[in-house]
Design a protein around this ligand. Structure first.
Ligand code: AMP
Length: 218
């Protein structure tokens, strides 16, 4: 199962990526998570990426594509993967195709998560993340039992710097300009399927199971 999750920030790709990864035992490869880890660890990659991430801009293609190709070459990705947040530009998509061709590999399906902008804004600006275990909460939709504290591990919750309203608006603008054209790119290849990012997590998972079954992926 080689799947790409496409869609604007706030469409639920990350949450569904975790569910799919657990259910189908394939790695969830999120470029956002990889970059945030690099930032946290203060690596050269992290230092370079932080400048772009804090403004809601994209990290340069050559930096991100290199990381992903290296990751896809690891053993655990041999039988499949869930790519979340990559590719995000036409250049990344073309370079990914070229790299996969060399590996005699290819994407089975691209799921495009569709969501009204107002809902994405509400989800992102209300999101709170655990500093320690990275669990996600939402001030209205998934409030922690105790304000500001993670239900799972008791550590402090924080707002991602790029979830501020100004940066969220820029991230959505960047999605429209640079990532949305990928819908056409993958539609032409006949591997794109639009799904509703508004659905509740388990509802969407049920729908995806049917999509995978129809595509003979499970
Ligand atoms: P995400 O968690 O997927 O919303 O990613 C957070 C941030 O990481 C984005 O706003 C970008 O700055 C950066 N990023 C993640 N994936 C990519 C990518 N494929 N290309 C460029 N930048 C990326």
């Amino acid at each position: 199962m080689k799947i790409v999750l496409l869609g604007p920030p706030g469409a639920g790709k990350g949450t569904q990526g975790v569910v799919l990864s657990k259910s189908y035992k394939v790695p969830h490869i999120s470029t956002g998570d990889i970059l945030r880890d690099a930032v946290k660890n203060g690596t050269p990659l992290g230092k370079k990426a932080l400048v772009f991430m804090n403004k809601g801009e994209l990290v340069p293609d050559e930096v991100v594509t290199g990381i992903v190709v290296e990751r896809l070459n690891q053993k655990d990705a041999e039988s499949g993967y869930i790519l979340d947040g990559f590719p995000r530009t036409l250049r990344q998509a073309e370079d990914l195709d070229a790299a996969l061709k060399k590996m005699s590999n290819g994407i089975d399906l691209v799921l495009s998560f569709e969501i009204p902008e107002a809902i994405a804004i509400e989800r992102l600006t209300g999101r709170r993340v655990c500093k320690k275990c990275q669990a996600n909460f939402h001030i209205k939709n998934i409030p922690p039992k105790k304000e500001g504290i993670c239900d799972k591990c008791g550590a402090e919750l924080f707002q991602r710097p790029d979830d501020s309203i100004e940066t969220v608006k820029n991230r959505l603008k960047v999605y429209e300009g640079r990532t949305r054209p990928l819908i056409e790119y993958y539609t032409k290849k006949g591997i794109l399927k639009k799904v509703s990012g508004v659905l509740e997590v388990n509802e969407l998972f049920k729908e995806l199971r049917q999509v995978f079954s129809d595509a003979k992926l499970i």
